[in-house]
Design a protein around this ligand. Structure first.
Ligand code: GRF
Length: 201
C-alpha cells in the first residue's frame, strides 16, 4: 500500500507514522510527504528519512479550487492508496475530498463532534468539560465530520491550560494515528454510513 502524508508544520504525527511503519514493518510505504508551506519543519525530517517531499504553496493561489487542483495532481502523481492529513491546516474543497472518498483520514484534537475547527483546547476549557481528547476520522466535505475511526479521551485537570492539554493529547495522537493508519493498511476498517467497524479479531 502507498501512503501520502500532508503536513503544514511540525509534522510530529507524520514522524510517528513513519516510525511505526518502519519499526513494525508495515506492508506499506510512505511514498511522499507534501506540505502547503515551504517552512514546514516536518519536511526536513521526511527528507532525512529518504522520503520524497513536495511543496504546493497555498498562499500563491488565488482560489481554494485552484490550489486544490494542483494539490490533487501532485498527490495523484504518487498514486496513493491512502492520503493522511497530519496537521494539514487547510480546508479542502468538496470535489477534492470526494476524489479520495474513504481513503483520506485526519486527526483532530477534540472528541468530535464537540469542538470543531481551531483552538479546540480553548473551546474545551471554556466549555468546562471534564473529558477532552482526540479523534481519528475519515474526511468528508463537511469540516471535522466524517466517520470516526478511533477516539482517545483524557481527563481535564483543574490545573490544565491549552498548552498542557495540547501536550498530553499529542502523546495520545502519536499512538492512535499510526494505529489507525495501520488498520486501514491491513484492511481492518469497514465503513457503514457514519460508523466504522474495526475488525481487530
Ligand atoms: C495536532 O495536534 C493535530 O491534532 C492538529 O494539529 C497538530 C499537528 O501537529 N490538527 P503535528 O504537525 O503533527 O506535530
Amino acid at each position: 500500500k502507498r501512503i501520502v502524508i500532508l503536513i503544514s508544520g511540525r509534522g510530529s504525527n507524520m514522524q510517528a507514522i513513519v516510525q511505526a511503519a518502519k519499526i513494525e514493518q508495515w506492508p506499506a510505504e510512505i511514498v511522499a510527504v507534501i506540505s502547503n508551506r515551504n517552512d514546514a519543519a516536518g519536511l526536513e525530517y521526511a527528507s532525512s528519512m529518504g522520503i520524497p517531499t513536495s511543496v504546493v504553496v497555498s498562499k500563491n493561489f488565488p482560489t481554494r479550487e485552484a490550489f486544490d487542483a494542483v494539490l490533487q495532481a501532485t498527490i495523484d502523481s504518487y498514486s496513493p492508496d491512502l492520503v493522511v492529513l497530519a496537521g494539514f491546516m487547510r480546508i479542502l474543497s468538496a470535489s477534492f475530498v470526494q476524489h479520495y472518498t474513504n481513503r483520506i483520514m485526519n486527526i483532530h484534537p477534540s472528541l468530535l463532534p464537540s469542538f470543531v475547527g481551531m483552538a479546540t483546547h480553548k473551546q474545551a476549557l471554556d466549555a468546562g468539560v471534564k473529558l477532552h481528547g482526540i479523534t481519528v476520522h475519515f474526511v468528508t466535505p463537511e469540516l471535522d465530520h466524517g466517520p470516526i475511526i478511533d477516539q482517545v479521551a483524557v481527563k481535564v485537570l483543574a490545573t490544565d491550560t491549552e498548552e498542557s492539554l495540547a501536550q498530553r493529547l499529542l502523546i495520545q495522537e502519536h499512538i492512535a494515528y499510526p494505529r489507525a493508519v495501520r488498520w486501514f493498511i491491513e484492511g481492518k476498517l469497514k465503513i457503514e454510513g457514519n460508523r466504522v467497524d474495526v475488525d481487530t479479531d
